[in-house]
Design a protein. Structure first.
Length: 422
């Protein structure tokens, strides 16, 4: 019995030491964003030993000043912690205090807004790779507020890529194929499968990422990835949108606003199934949201909050059998969990979800996931449908581990768009 208890304590301690990426652990923390300086719709990637900076923003709705710190955790390609001490990948001090904050003004919902430019000169990553930003309360890493992914790049290989239609007749009109070549002639590759790892994302999402792909051809370390079934993604449809930049004037997607509640209550127009509708083109943010406000100078500390009510109406007002429905996009962290899960209202025959959101412009989509399969990937086939014509971003990450190396270096990031398909 003592052995079992000891084992459980070890497991719990290990799990607590390895927080999940892109998760908010404290309910009072809202509107967490990390992006390339001055570009809210960007992948948070910086070049090693450069002057590149990332902007961090978040709100604490407890509305009184607190002491928050942050640290960086170097991770491998699969986001497991690298087998290195922080002294091996950080120049300077590991824990840094967030010192720039101010109380909200004008907004009826009170909060403290925190912001920072990262990395600080006293806490600089010294190795390339995947990094986990950990923000915690009162200098105690066990009081974790949230985590965010970011990337430090050291270009060592060239990547050429394009988005194509697949030749698979069954998927020709619904899927997009990514074909790419990696010029790895500058690397010492003795064990390709162990030393080189490739990950492909669609619209910056990790919940449907393709990982651990092997090249179709290897010609003197010119690696071609063009298998017909290897790098396929369902196309989805353009993201739905909600313009919440004003709580005084109702935008097209807003049904009504109740300004007598605290926070405000905002009801979006019900969303219908788009799976049977033909593809329609409009400009979207590929899942991002942007903090902005039409009436204020600085939305970061002047923007207000509202409980935003989402309604999704399935065909015939019948719940999807064996499926759960989720709201997907940066507004839910692009994570399939209970915070993004909708509830089916049997009386009305609709799925419902309420999210506390700050003023801004939001993209979102609805996806389903097998309720009985924890490993199943989310899919929009039943809710929004899939089209080969959809405009999507694809991000290719290339990782390299030298012989005897103890972590995966990030040696290439390639972002391509599917516009060339149309």
């Amino acid at each position: 019995m003592k052995r079992i208890v000891f084992f459980l304590l070890v497991v719990i301690k290990t799990a607590s030491a390895q927080p999940l990426p892109d998760v908010v652990y404290m309910q009072n923390i809202k509107s967490v964003k990390l992006f390339v300086q001055n570009n809210q719709e960007s992948l948070p990637v910086i070049k090693l030993n450069s002057n590149d900076l990332l902007e961090l923003h978040f709100d604490d709705l407890d509305a009184y000043a607190k002491t928050y710190y942050y640290s960086f955790q170097l991770c491998n390609a699969d986001w497991s912690p690298a087998d290195l001490s922080s002294f091996d990948y950080i120049r300077g001090f590991q824990n840094q205090q967030l010192t720039e904050y101010r109380a909200s003004s004008i907004a009826t919902t009170k909060y403290i807004h925190y912001q920072a430019l990262l990395p600080d000169k006293n806490c600089m990553p010294s190795k390339s790779g995947n990094y986990l930003l950990k923000v915690f309360f009162d200098g105690d890493e066990n009081k974790l507020a949230f985590t965010k992914r970011f990337y430090v790049l050291e270009n060592k290989v060239g990547v050429s890529a394009q988005v194509m239609q697949t030749f698979n007749n069954q998927l020709y009109y619904t899927h997009q194929k990514i074909q790419f070549t990696i010029n790895a002639s500058s690397l010492n590759l003795f064990d390709l499968q162990q030393q080189l790892k490739v990950t492909v994302l669609q619209n910056y999402r990790w919940d449907n990422a393709l990982t651990n792909m092997q090249p179709t051809f290897n010609r003197d370390n010119i690696l071609e990835y063009n298998g017909e079934e290897d790098v396929l993604f369902p196309g989805g449809k353009e993201y739905r949108w909600a313009d919440l930049r004003s709580f005084r004037f109702q935008s097209e997607r807003v049904a009504r606003i109740d300004l007598n509640t605290q926070p405000f209550s905002l009801y979006l127009r019900p969303d219908a199934v788009r799976a049977q509708q033909p593809y329609a083109l409009w400009r979207d943010l590929n899942g991002f949201y942007e903090i902005s406000a039409s009436e204020f100078i600085n939305p970061w500390w002047q923007g207000d909050y509202a409980n935003v009510h989402f309604t999704f109406v399935p065909n015939n007002k019948q719940a999807f059998e064996g499926k759960d429905v989720y709201i997907s996009g940066e507004l839910t962290g692009s994570i399939i969990n209970n915070d993004a899960k909708m509830q089916f209202n049997e009386n009305l025959g609709v799925y419902e979800k309420t999210l506390l959101l700050k003023q801004g412009y939001y993209n979102y989509t609805y996806v389903t996931k097998d309720a009985n399969d924890a490993d199943a990937k989310p899919d929009a086939a039943l809710t929004d449908g899939n089209s080969w014509e959809t405009e999507n971003d694809y991000i290719i990450f290339v990782y390299y581990r030298s012989l005897g190396g103890r972590h995966d270096e990030l040696i290439a990031v390639k972002i391509i768009n599917s516009r060339n398909l149309r």
